[in-house]
Design a protein. Structure first.
Length: 136
């Protein structure tokens, strides 16, 4: 397994070859193609570093946010499962829910796929607080 330095050096070399050939005009790439390949080199490096355990994907910040209600299982301690998209990645959480959210789910006023407000309390517990009415 390559070391972190070897992985970084490999992608730095790829970057340098791509950049040199583009700016010398020998690559035949358009600006858009160059930009795409340039970004792909760094994305591939990040993926390899994550797979090798050299990087850890950051967790989303603990803040109130809008998520999508994915599932509800009233038999669980945390009955609401939500999906939060942050930094182009999907994160799934099992959350507590307020009594109002529970009642609205039972009355079919909140359904799977609805946007909901998820709040982190002082100890870091996620709580589904209410439905968000999409106005756009």
């Amino acid at each position: 397994m390559p070391t972190e330095a070897e992985i970084r050096d490999n992608y730095k070399d790829q970057h340098d070859v791509l950049t040199k050939s583009y700016y010398e005009g020998t690559s035949g790439l358009s600006k858009a193609q160059f930009d795409q390949q340039h970004a792909q080199v760094w994305a591939d490096m990040e993926t390899e570093l994550l797979a090798g355990g050299y990087l850890v994907a950051p967790a989303p910040p603990r803040s109130s946010h809008i998520s999508t209600l994915e599932a509800v299982d009233p038999t669980k301690a945390r009955p609401a499962r939500v999906k939060r998209v942050w930094n182009s990645k999907n994160y799934y959480y099992d959350c507590f829910a307020t009594q109002t959210v529970r009642d609205e789910f039972i009355a079919a006023k909140i359904v799977i796929g609805d946007y909901v407000i998820v709040h982190f309390d002082d100890v870091g517990e996620q709580i589904v607080m209410a439905k968000v009415f999409k106005s756009w």
